[in-house]
Ligand binder design. Sequence first.
Ligand code: 0X9
Ligand code: ZN
Length: 314
Amino acid sequence: LETYNYNKYHRIEEIYLWMNQISEKYKDVVTQHFLGMTYENRTMYYLKISQPSNNSKKIVWMDCGIHAREWIASAFCQWFVKEILQSYKDNSRISRLLGNLDFYVLPVLNVDGYIYTWTTDRVWRKSRSSHNNGTCFGTDLNRNFNASWCSIGASKNCQDLTFCGTGPVSEPETKAVSSFIESKKEDILCFLTIHSYGQLILTPYGYTQNKSSNYEEMIQIAQKAADALKAKHGTSYRVGSSIDILYATSGSSRDWAQDIGIPFSYTFELRDTGKHGFVLPEDQIEPTCEETMEAVLSVLDDASPFWQKPCCFL
Ligand code: 0X9
Ligand code: ZN
């Protein structure tokens, strides 16, 4: 663990070993849990970071790597966990957050796809489920959630990059995430799903121009986070609803999380804006994670007070 290199991308075996070791080393605050099985029968694990507290705490969910090729996302989930654990004792900001919040972090959601990007095709996006008698592979897990499923910005053709699956939540990976989130939803304050690339902080929705009732607050919070991010290394992010500033999508986890009543649901699209795209060089892992950390902490600082106000907790 002492030698784990956070400035490199890691194979799944190394990430899983890291999860074991970090939950061993910090066993009072972090525990590893089973989430579900993947299509190819691999285990999905998340980490729970929690400190004993007298407060009734809210939950922050963060998943990374729903799209297999977005390696920087999974690198960020690991960075985030490391930063929290290294600093919660001395850093008053992080210890205050941990007094009010439990973090649930899923570093690699699309395990099968992630492995495929290491072994076979670096820019594979989808899961590895088999369709049409084994003639085509993979569902876009971020089109498979039950949010206006496959209505817009998604495809019913299994050859396509945005194949939405055979029905809402047809995939074991999305089932695992949705049933977990569903079981905890009363307590979840914030749902963060980390992607690349584009340098964007996106609010719901992708499937409609409608806005959630707290849209203005969400945008204010995201804009403040983008400012904090920029202050670190000068990187510019854009902020807005998914359909307005990116493109139409249905079946995304973020929209589904908003629809089931989670108050603050955001997609982060990390570096860059296209020069390297999904294949972000390793020397950008550190600055990318440092600046993203600023943005996430800013969101959490600003979202935390809201759950105390009855007006804003949907
Ligand atoms: O297309 C996607 O799923 C995301 N972009 S990516 O390049 N990382 O594949 C956009 C997700 C944001 N939009 C919604 N969640 N609706
Ligand atoms: Zn993505």
